[in-house]
Each structure stands twice: as C-alpha cells, then as structure tokens.
Design a protein around this ligand. Structure first.
Ligand SMILES: [Zn+2]
Length: 470
C-alpha cells in the first residue's frame, strides 16, 4: 500500500502557520471550564511551545508575542472523536484531518486500521512533532477476531493460547490498546482480556456476540464500542439471545446463520426491555468505570438519512469516496417497512437507555465510527451530529461536551491533557463566538482552532473547507 505524506504545507495552504513568534496570546477571552460548568471573566491565555503557558492579564505578556483579540469569544478544549477509522485508504488521513479540524476536532482515536502500525505511528509522531498539523492520534485499532476475521488484516485468535500470543505482539508493536471483535469465543475472549491487562493495555472494542455484557464486566473490559449491547443487556433475554448466536455460529454457514438470528433481536429487546434490570446493569457499569463509545450516528444510515451531494461535508470528500457511497448498499436494500419501523423504535430505545446510562454515571466517550469505509459517516461533522444526539436524548450541552473533551483524555491517561484549560496543558483548543454551555450550534462555525499551539483562524479554516479533496 502506498500513501501520501501529509506535509504541514499541504494542510495549511496559506500563511496561517507563519507564527514565527515566541508566544500566541488570546486576549479578552472567556475560558470555559467544562468539568465544572463555569465560564471565566475575560482573561489572556498565553500559548507557547504547543502548551498553555499562563492565564492572566495582558500586563504579564512578554514583548514579541502575537496577540489575537478574542473579545467576546469563548475558549474550550479541542474535541475528541473516540471512534474513527482513519486508515482505510492511502489518502484518508489527509482528508480526515481537514474535516476534523474545521469542526474543532483535535483528537482522534483510531479503532481499526488497514495501514501497517509503523506507518500509523509515523503519522502520529509527525503530528506530535509539528511536522504535520493534525489531530492528536490514539492508535487503538489492534482488533482481534476469530478466524477468518471480519475485516482484512485483523489479528486472529481462536484459542486462549493464541490470544496470549496476539497480545504479546500487540504490546510489542506499540498499540495503545487491544480491541476485541465480534466473533471471538468466550474462552478466547476471557484470555484476551486477562493478557491485555497483564500487559498494561486496556481492553476495548465490541462485546463479542457470544458474550453477555455481564461476562464483559467480569472480564474487566475497559471500554465498549457502539451502544446496542448496552440496550440489549437491559433485556432478561440477553443470555438466551447470545446463546442462540453461539448455536448459529456452529452452523455450516455461520455468518448467514448469525445474521438471520440477529435480525430478530431488535424485536425481542423492544418487547422485553426492563427498567429495573437496566438500572442494575448500568449501576454495575458505572461502578466498574466501563466506558461506552455510543456511535449513535451510525443508526442514521439505516434510517436512510443522507447528506445532500452538494453539502459542505460531501464536498470535502474525494470523488472516489462520494462515488462509492452513492452505490447501492445491501444493508439498505434488505430493509422492509416493517424492519424500518422496528429499527426506528430500537434507535429511540437506545437514546432512552443512553440517557439512563449517563444519569447512572456510566462514562461516555463521544464517538462516530467515521470512515471512508462507512457511508454517510463524516470525520468531524458527524462528531457534532453525535453531540447533538446526546443533547436530544437529554444531556445538557455541558454534559455532551464533557464526553468529547474531559472524558477521552482521562480515559487515554494523557499526561498533558485532561479537558481543562490551565497552564501546562497541551494547547489543543477551539475558539467560539458564543457560550457552548448554552447550546452547541456555535461549534459548527469555530472562530479559530488551535492544534498544539498552531492557530488556524476562520480564514484558514475556510481555505481548508474549500481545498480540492481530489
Ligand atoms: Zn468502527
């Protein structure tokens, strides 16, 4: 596979990077404390060497600093999308970075990649060094599945011993976590969790189809992707459904048998979802600190929601991706009116369960599954859609922002980032025209985005939106 390198000059076509000054100062800016829900009086925020150096008054500022008047504006930490696939084609990161940045997304966790790890790490290191202007990357795409693997290039494990060997390789290669995938059997999954934890790595990913959420809690899975399994665990029939999937997977044509079996699960969950059981499950998740990456936006695809071909988000995609997304999709073709009605009800139940999970203290990581490989899921844009869905489900704007700013860096155990804006913290920031605690619409048009101390003002962001995507 051959990929394009992404020099800073390519991303930043104009003089936006010509910041040959010791520090950048945002003057008269109100700093938003998302953990506490407070907004400061106007202050000056001094940024140098990619970090916040000081917060104070203009009197403290060294001569030679570049001063950006941010009067009337609000400063928040940059947003994280905790579930993307960046590396599904040679040119995806270049476009994904632009789409993320113009939406204020300054951190991405990759959850499954088709590039070799060394190439992913090279790109991550280039953004860390400043050679490339791009979001901070967490590489958690070491997905482990049963043979033959749901996607090409996955790590495969069919026995507990194989799981241990795979984790040794993942640790050796320097991935940030181990990701469980859907087809693992129960014993192999349990061994994978144990080996990951022994190696000091988190176990994240899918709850395998043969495993209940309760089993995943027993295994100490640290993070789970997608929300459906949480809602399913609120049904007293979860164990029976999982057992029936296991039986289907022993059939001659396991994949088809499993899909046939799972087609009926939404209906069962809708009929048997139980508030008391749900409360107990969610309390257990909260106590365990099991994080959830809901990716609610994924469901929009099944309801047929499509971006207009000439919409700003579509125009930022390469033509080849737009063409691929315009083609027929077997998942949509299989939809009958009946299935669509059930899907709509299942989506509503997911949203209701999400609100309960949040209220119960289950930590949430805002996430989208954005990828060239996933039609109608857009880097950057879909993250803002996802936050809007959290608010629609009942979270406050502050609580929704928390899932994209405070929760992710804490979960990733980043030393220089914790969702606060304070001296010593990495300067990944978004400057907004309005107070986001009063509504998230202002996120759609940031006044500036700052990555590792490099500021892209509205003009630079407009150039990024208009750049030829190829
Ligand atoms: Zn994914």
């Amino acid at each position: 596979m051959k990929y394009r390198v992404i020099p800073a000059a390519l991303l930043i076509a104009s003089g936006a990077m010509a910041q040959d000054v010791r520090s950048l100062v945002l003057s008269d800016v109100r700093v938003v404390d998302i953990a506490r829900g407070a907004v400061s009086a106007p202050v000056s925020v001094v940024i140098s060497d990619g970090a916040i150096a000081a917060i104070g008054t203009l009197d403290d500022i060294a001569p030679g600093s570049a001063i950006h008047d941010a009067k009337g504006q609000f400063l928040i930490p940059g947003l994280w999308d905790s579930h993307v696939h960046l590396f599904t084609s040679a040119d995806e990161p270049e476009t994904a970075f632009r789409m993320a940045i113009v939406n204020g997304v300054t951190g991405l966790r990759d959850m499954g990649a088709l590039w070799p790890i060394a190439d992913q790490q090279a790109l991550r290191d280039a953004t860390e060094s400043g050679a490339t202007v791009g979001p901070r990357l967490i590489l958690s795409g070491a997905w482990v599945d049963a043979s033959p693997g749901s996607w090409p290039g996955m790590f495969l494990a069919d026995t507990p011993t194989a799981a241990q060997q795979v984790v040794a390789r993942i640790a050796d290669e320097g991935w940030d976590a181990v990701k469980a995938y859907s087809m693992l059997d129960g014993a192999t999954y349990a061994a994978l969790a144990e080996a990951a934890h022994r190696a000091g790595l988190k176990l994240v990913g899918h709850v395998p189809e043969r495993v209940t959420l309760s089993d995943a809690l027993d295994a100490g899975q640290d993070g789970i992707e997608h929300f459906g399994r949480v809602t399913k665990a609120c049904s007293p029939r979860e164990r029976a459904m999982v057992d029936r999937v296991a039986t289907a997977l022993d059939a001659d044509n396991p994949r088809d048998a499993m899909i046939a079996e799972m087609t009926g699960h939404n209906r069962i969950v809708l009929d048997t979802w139980d508030a008391a059981l749900c409360g107990a499950v969610l309390a257990r998740m909260a106590r365990a600190g099991m994080h959830v990456s809901p990716t609610l936006v994924v469901a929009g695809f099944y309801t047929g929601r499509k971006a207009a071909p000439d919409s700003p988000r579509m125009r930022m995609l390469p033509q080849a991706v737009r063409d691929a997304w315009a083609g027929p999709d077997f998942r949509l073709d299989a939809m009958t009116d009946d299935l669509r009605a059930i899907a709509d009800a299942a989506i509503a139940l997911d949203h209701r369960t999400l609100a309960l999970a949040h209220a119960a203290g289950v930590p949430i990581l805002a996430s989208t599954d954005a990828s060239f490989a996933n039609p109608q899921l857009f880097h950057g844009f879909s993250l803002l859609d996802e936050l809007d869905l959290y608010v629609a489900a009942g979270l406050t704007p502050r609580e929704a922002l928390y899932t994209a700013t405070v929760a992710p860096p804490r979960f990733f155990r980043l030393r220089d980032q914790d969702g606060s804006i304070a001296p010593g913290r990495r300067a990944d920031l978004v400057l907004l025209d309005a107070n986001p605690l009063e509504g998230l619409a202002t996120l759609r048009d940031p006044a500036a985005v700052i990555l590792r101390g490099v500021m892209l003002d509205r003009g630079a962001l407009a150039e990024m939106r208009a750049a030829d995507p190829g």
